[in-house]
Design a protein around this ligand. Structure first.
Ligand code: NAI
Ligand code: MG
Length: 361
């Protein structure tokens, strides 16, 4: 049977960039014999407008049974005054929570033609292709106790970093599985020198490695040293696995190694399903960009590259993912640019659909 895909375009530029992905999906069906069982549905403000909720139970159930979910973006000023539970973002949060997507994958990939967008020197970033795996559902953002308490005559603010062995082991497995599909190298980052949770993190990652993934090359680094190395010489890394807090910081820093928000894909993975593939949601890092929505200006590359990640990590189509990424690379090398990728005055941007045309060609 065909692999199944749930497409949730969402709000703002979400549907605009997703339209280009849908043309690419059709192309794979026609030209490569790679067909998907595609379902389309609403999420975010678009779902609220029709159903009065940012995610219906039916959509949630469908998300649980498909091989992969591809999401555009949610949100917009029209929905800012809605109560918390009805806000578009709640739709996305419910998907992440109920699918239990504990591994957040943020690639930092720098196409040669865009190396001048980086805040670092061209030779440091050109051709860069690394993957940060951030634990997403535990750690200091969720640990108890938390709150602001009174202690004597002053207030104290408390968050708790807490990781169980199984929480560490499962995200480590996600990282090792990825490494096997890439260069076979994982660097785990924590602060085992000053944090107990870091000591456990290092031990468990090493144990999972030794027992299940001895073929993968594993190294450990303190997260502060890792931050320095990431900026000094990022190409030394392939897969980096780290906790929720450090991953939040390291992945945002890594994103800026590569330049534009319009180019950044992401994935969130959960536990393996019956077919052995992880539950998965793929989405661009950017939001619904209300400032340019409806104008045909959005860069579809982040969403297209998110689909390439789905090809590689959910559908075992690494060669087809390479094909799609090479098409994006070629188009950029040819000088085709949406407005967000233009630095100099005078250069003329292409529209969202013209960018899609160029990639298809
Ligand atoms: P944003 O990512 O939507 O936009 C930030 C800036 O980058 C804007 O100037 C926008 O025009 C530009 N930009 C973003 N994506 C682009 C693309 N593909 N091509 C060209 N330019 C692009 O973030 P912002 O403005 O903070 O949030 C706007 C809305 O999106 C809010 O409602 C926010 O809650 C929501 N949001 C949703 C996310 C999601 O669905 N995962 C993530 C981030 C924000
Ligand atoms: Mg962040």
């Amino acid at each position: 049977s065909k692999p199944s895909l749930l497409i949730l375009p969402g709000d703002g530029i979400g549907p605009e960039v997703m339209a280009e992905v849908e043309r690419i999906i059709d192309w794979f069906g026609e030209k490569r014999g790679l067909e998907f069982d595609v379902t389309r549905d609403l999420v975010g403000g678009a779902a609220y407008d029709v159903h009065g909720t940012p995610l219906t139970d039916e959509t949630m159930a469908r998300a649980q049974e498909v091989d992969a979910v591809l999401l555009g973006a949610v949100g917009g000023p029209k929905y800012d005054s809605l109560p918390f539970e009805l806000k578009p973002e709640r739709g996305l949060l419910r998907l992440r929570k109920e699918m239990d997507l504990y591994a957040n994958l943020r690639p930092a990939q720098c196409f040669d033609a865009l190396a001048d967008f980086s805040s670092l020197k061209r030779e440091v970033v050109a051709g860069l292709d690394i993957m940060i795996v951030r634990e997403l559902t535990s750690g200091i953002y969720f640990g108890e106790p938390r709150g602001i308490f009174r202690e004597g005559n002053e207030r104290v603010g408390i968050n708790t970093q807490r990781y169980t062995e199984s929480e560490i082991a499962r995200v480590a497995r996600s990282a090792f599985e990825l490494a096997r599909r890439r260069s076979g190298k994982v660097c785990s980052m924590e602060k085992a020198n000053v944090m107990e949770s870091g000591v456990l993190w290092r031990e468990v990652v090493q144990e999972v490695h030794d027992a299940e993934y001895p073929d993968v090359e594993l190294s450990h680094m303190y997260a502060d040293a890792g931050a320095m190395q990431l900026v000094r010489w990022p190409k030394q890394f392939d897969v980096i696995v780290t906790d929720n807090l450090f991953g939040d910081l390291l992945s945002d820093a890594a994103a800026m190694l590569t330049g534009s928000l319009g180019m950044l894909p992401s994935a969130s993975l959960g536990a393996p399903m019956e077919n052995g593939r992880p539950k998965a949601l793929y989405e661009p890092v950017h939001g619904s960009a209300p400032d340019i929505a409806g104008q045909g200006k959005a860069n579809p590359c982040a969403c297209i590259l998110s689909f390439a990640m789905a090809l590689r990590y959910s559908f075992d189509q690494g060669a087809e993912a390479d094909r799609l990424e090479r098409a994006v690379e070629k188009v950029l090398a040819d000088g085709v640019r949406t407005a967000d990728l233009i630095q100099a005055e005078g250069a003329s941007p292409v529209s969202t659909s013209q960018m899609g045309d160029a990639i298809l060609a």
